[in-house]
Design a protein around this ligand. Structure first.
Ligand code: SF4
Ligand code: SF4
Length: 267
């Protein structure tokens, strides 16, 4: 029988991602609402394996002018993570564990450089129909199993005012996928929140949102406003460009900002 530590080391190697974390699926399930719990998708789920990668800085730093480059970076990162996810799932399955991969589902199907204006217009009209809008909102932009909340349970970071996962080394500039498994793996513990510092960054994410979908009080994202903006950029999951402004604005990826923040805290 493979020791837990050996299994973990080999699993990490099979996945090969820069960010890797484990959450206790039962502890997470107790906090998540019905329909969003690991056990709803895999009976007997014991662990959640989180795999992550960092996105490049330049396409983010150039937003909104570099939207196409950022969108490609976003999809490349997700595609690489999906590949790593299925490699990790195969690794555990071969060892007799049950697995349920939770991949990133939005994959682009169009040429982002040559998007016919008439088709975009038609898609926007279609997406404005309430039923289509609801499907897009529920099934395309927002997942049933929240990667960021599962990553918080794994001790990989905290949720910032921008409603994204902030990690200690890469801030909000990360992408994630998850694997539910019956394997008992030694998990991390949630961190005490200390990363999001609105008073230091001047509420940068709130100010950067082009449609005011974020608020200073941490009331969550106005998903309808965010989705309406996305539809202006194309149709999410088909030919849409990504917004990315609340990712790019957060300075937590920068060692300089983190250093200043830590200095300020110790003063
Ligand atoms: S993705 Fe864009 S529109 Fe949506 S909350 Fe972030 S900045 Fe605002
Ligand atoms: S931009 Fe500032 S307020 Fe927003 S998540 Fe980052 S640190 Fe927090």
């Amino acid at each position: 029988m493979e020791r837990d530590e050996d299994l973990l080391t080999d699993l990490r190697e099979a996945a090969g991602t820069e960010l890797f974390g484990i959450a206790d699926a039962r502890a997470y399930g107790e906090k998540a609402p019905p329909g969003h719990r690991p056990g709803d998708y895999l009976k007997g789920a014991c662990s959640i394996v989180l795999l992550g990668t960092r996105m490049l800085d330049l396409p983010l730093d150039g937003l909104p002018g570099t939207r196409k480059e950022y969108t490609v970076n976003f999809h490349v990162a997700n595609t690489r993570l999906n590949q790593a996810l299925f490699a990790a799932a195969g690794f555990l399955q071969e060892r007799g564990h049950k697995v349920f991969p939770v991949p990133y589902l939005e994959m682009p199907g169009w040429n982002l450089d040559k998007r016919p204006a008439w088709a975009l217009k038609l898609l926007r009209h279609l997406a404005a129909i309430p039923k289509v809008h609801d499907v897009l909102n529920a099934r395309v932009l927002w997942e049933n199993l929240s990667f960021r909340h599962m990553a918080v349970e794994a001790g990989m970071g905290e949720i910032g005012l921008n409603n994204l996962l902030l990690t200690p080394d890469h801030g909000a500039r990360v992408r994630l996928v998850a694997l539910l498994t019956s394997a008992e793996l030694p998990g991390g513990k949630p961190l005490a929140p200390s990363l999001c510092r609105p008073e230091r960054c001047g509420y940068a994410c709130v100010k950067a949102c082009p449609v005011g979908a974020l608020d200073r009080e941490g009331g969550g994202t106005d998903k309808a406003a965010c989705l309406r903006y996305y539809i202006k950029l194309g149709l999410p999951g088909i030919n849409g460009l990504r917004c990315g402004m609340c990712v790019a604005a957060c300075p937590m990826h920068s060692p300089r900002f983190r250093g200043e923040t830590q200095r300020k805290k110790s003063e």
